[in-house]
Write a protein that binds this ligand. Structure first.
Ligand code: FES
Length: 183
């Protein structure tokens, strides 16, 4: 018959070793946690990925150009619209739009030169071109999705092609004339 072996009191048992190991991990954990706690004052990459608001400095964006960035894992376009692009977006007969929406409902009052929209085609999710210099902007000088030929205007509204709806506007607010917070 097998007999359970007992260890001498002076020798650490396997369980003692486990406790020691856990204690060491715990101490390391406290040290490791202390640093991120201070850093939470500014959202880290993980927090941003989880959906924290992000601030975007608009100053590097030249008039008539745009940038692409990610928020909550989704692509966002930010474009600095020219006067002509704004006028083009405002003068459209809403009844002619597949997804009628006034330009004023898609921008912030007094900041009509900035357009902030999601950058995923509402047809099947391709990425429309038109943000960076040199990208094809389509028939309405906005964005063009080459996958199946959807044309968006300077307000990000669908004008031609299979996409059923406009490029949506994410939640955002101006913190100053040159900074927005998305989320
Ligand atoms: S995914 Fe853009 S047109 Fe089809």
């Amino acid at each position: 018959m097998a007999e359970a072996k007992s260890s001498p009191a002076s020798e650490p048992t396997r369980r003692d070793m486990l406790f020691l190991a856990t204690g060491a991990m715990g101490a390391a954990g406290v040290v490791a946690l202390a640093v991120p706690f201070v850093r939470t004052l500014a959202p880290n990459a993980q927090t941003i990925a989880a959906g924290a608001p992000i601030e975007v400095d608009l100053t590097p964006i030249p008039e008539g150009q745009g940038i692409k960035l990610f928020w909550r894992g989704k692509l966002i376009f930010v474009r600095s619209r020219t006067k002509a692009e704004i006028e083009e977006a405002q003068k459209v007969n809403l009844a002619s739009l597949p997804d009628p929406q006034a330009d004023s409902a898609r921008v912030k009052p007094g900041k009509e030169n900035w357009l902030v929209i999601y950058g995923s085609c509402t047809h099947l999710g391709c990425i429309p071109g038109g943000s960076a210099a040199g990208e094809v902007r389509g028939d309405y000088n906005g964005w063009f999705c080459p996958c199946h030929g959807s044309h968006y205007d300077t307000s990000g509204r669908i004008r031609k092609g299979p996409a059923p709806t406009n490029l949506p506007v994410p939640p955002y607010a101006f913190l100053s004339d040159t900074k927005i917070r998305i989320g």
